[in-house]
Design a binder for this molecule. Structure first.
Ligand code: NAP
Length: 488
């Protein structure tokens, strides 16, 4: 494959950043129709990026002072005559008022930057509507996902992408070049039929977070109810003791680590299921079921929510001794011991358990913080693939193991104490161990040489039931190749 071919995106939605075919276009004149917030920010950014800007307004005299001195502010018809690329920074409902300009606009590129107020607000996208009003123009949809504020402050990490679509490749390329010179990353979204999807993007509220948030809330509700029964309802029914005061802090604080720990294991469980599927079918080319695909795609959000719950758990735990109830109980215990004339209350095992439990918990939180920080786009972009997968996969798995130690040292021998079985319900920590231990055991099994080797071969393209040419590194690090059959 030639270097030029390699530079072309393999997928339709690939970024055009770094495309050697893109030539710098700063210096050319760009038109902007409208003098509102977006037009102003766009003009400032264009001027800062080295473009000449001509703004078309219905009232240029009044609006000129709002624009940088380097930008020319004139009447709409005058402005569009001076350039071939015009950003239409006007709301959709006012497009029809631009129809008088149809003749001067003919043959030019119109960039539709508009957004709607509702998802799928109109039958046709704003860009398609603009194209229908100006059939002699080439319409490109773009820049609508960038806010006026981002334009003014400059492209920053996280919101650098500008999604672009058009039926005309050349026009799309021109707008992509402009975006690139402005410091944005143009992303080719294909032809005009994608405009509707692009216009819906700024209106979607945290689309990738919905499932993880519902998952976290569901787990929280289940564990909260379970802990409430054990810590509040059980003492009330069995001993007529009012323990309602435990709800805001103690019950919440025993629920948060359960949610965090189970969520962390749910980050690694889909990987285990995917590996099982690949081992079972003996191929990596079989599509995973949709639910597993979705799950794999939401691992980052699930991991971040796990970190959020762990951080809250740490703060709640630090606040435990501040409570009045805690102080009363301490004094009550001290008085009881004084009455019973108990002088030495030091329990060596308990002291060690607590020291290890807290220390391991701090390490687990530290590792989770590292995972959360490296999942931020700005940090992730600065890591190469090996570093990213080492942190997210290996360190993440270590975090799961350390969290398991934290849970086990918390529970210690409680699982074997029959007083801990309230209404025959086992201690909460024993329930939380279920999924994480399954993941850890599965990972250990996958690391056995015979299974690891098979999994590696499958991930390099080997398939059960097919003769393939394979090349694998030998134990000495040298590569060996040969023909093999699946059943070998
Ligand atoms: P705006 O502040 O209300 O400006 C709209 C401009 O449209 C007016 O300043 C006006 O300029 C011009 N216009 C032309 N014909 C008009 C008419 N018949 N009636 C009223 N105004 C007319 O709005 P904006 O926030 O800049 O948004 C402009 C476009 O950018 C919208 O389509 C919006 O969806 C899109 N957008 C905005 C943002 C943002 O952060 N603001 C982000 C993404 C996309 P003259 O009076 O000088 O003609």
């Amino acid at each position: 494959m030639s270097r030029g071919d390699m530079a072309k995106p393999l997928l339709g939605h690939g970024s055009t950043e770094g495309d050697p075919g893109v030539t710098p276009t700063s210096g050319r004149t760009i038109g902007v129709l409208g003098s509102g917030d977006f037009a102003r920010s766009l003009a400032i950014r264009l001027v800062c990026s080295g473009f000449k800007v001509v703004v078309g307004s219905r009232n240029p005299k009044r609006k000129a002072s709002l624009f940088p001195a380097a930008a020319e502010v004139t009447f709409q018809a005058e402005a569009v005559k001076k350039t071939d690329v015009i950003f239409v920074a006007v709301f959709r409902e006012h497009y029809s008022t631009l129809c008088d300009l149809a003749d001067v606009l003919a043959g030019k590129i119109l960039v539709d930057v508009s957004n709607n107020t509702e998802i799928n607000h109109h039958k046709e996208s704003n860009a398609e509507y603009l194209a229908s009003l100006f059939p002699a123009c080439t319409v490109v949809k773009g820049f609508n996902v960038v806010s006026a504020w981002t334009l003014q402050s400059g492209a920053r990490d996280g919101n650098k992408q500008v999604l672009i679509c058009s039926n005309n490749q050349e026009a799309k390329r021109t707008v992509a070049e402009i975006a690139q010179v402005m410091g944005f990353t143009p992303v080719d979204m294909g032809c005009m039929s994608s405009a509707c999807e692009i216009e819906n993007i700024p209106l979607r509220l945290l689309p990738a977070w919905k499932i993880p948030i519902f998952l976290a809330l569901g787990l929280f509700l289940c564990f909260f109810t379970y802990n409430l029964i054990r810590q509040v309802i059980h003492p009330f029914i069995r001993e007529q003791k009012n323990k309602l005061y435990k709800i805001p802090i103690e019950v919440v604080n025993t629920t948060l680590p359960c949610v965090s720990y189970v969520m962390l294991s749910l980050v690694y469980l889909p990987g285990v299921l995917a590996a099982c599927s690949q081992l079972y079918y003996g191929t990596k080319y079989r599509r995973f079921p949709d639910w597993l695909d979705q799950w794999l795609q939401h691992r980052k959000q699930i991991g971040l929510l796990s970190f959020f719950c762990a951080a809250l758990h740490a703060v709640y735990s630090l606040c435990l001794p501040m409570r009045r109830s805690h102080r009363y109980l301490l004094i009550e215990t001290a008085v009881k011991q004084a009455v019973e004339k108990k002088m030495n209350i030091w329990v060596e095992e308990e002291v060690w358990r607590m020291e290890i439990y807290i220390s391991v918990g701090i390490i687990a939180l530290g590792l989770l913080s590292l995972l959360a920080i490296t999942s931020l786009p700005s940090i992730a972009n600065s890591l190469n693939w090996r570093e990213f997968s080492f942190i997210q996969s290996s360190l993440g798995f270590i975090a799961l193991v350390v969290s398991t130690l934290h849970t086990l040292t918390y529970g210690w021998s409680r699982a074997f104490d029959e007083n801990q079985y309230k209404f025959y319900l086992p201690p909460t920590y024993t329930l939380t161990l279920l999924v994480p231990c399954t993941v850890i055991i599965a990972k250990v099994i996958f690391s056995l040489p015979c299974i690891r080797h098979r999994l590696l071969r499958i991930r390099r393209g080997w398939e059960k039931g097919r003769y393939v040419k394979f090349v694998l590194p030998s134990a000495t690090g040298e590569y060996s190749s040969g023909e093999t059959s699946s059943n070998v």
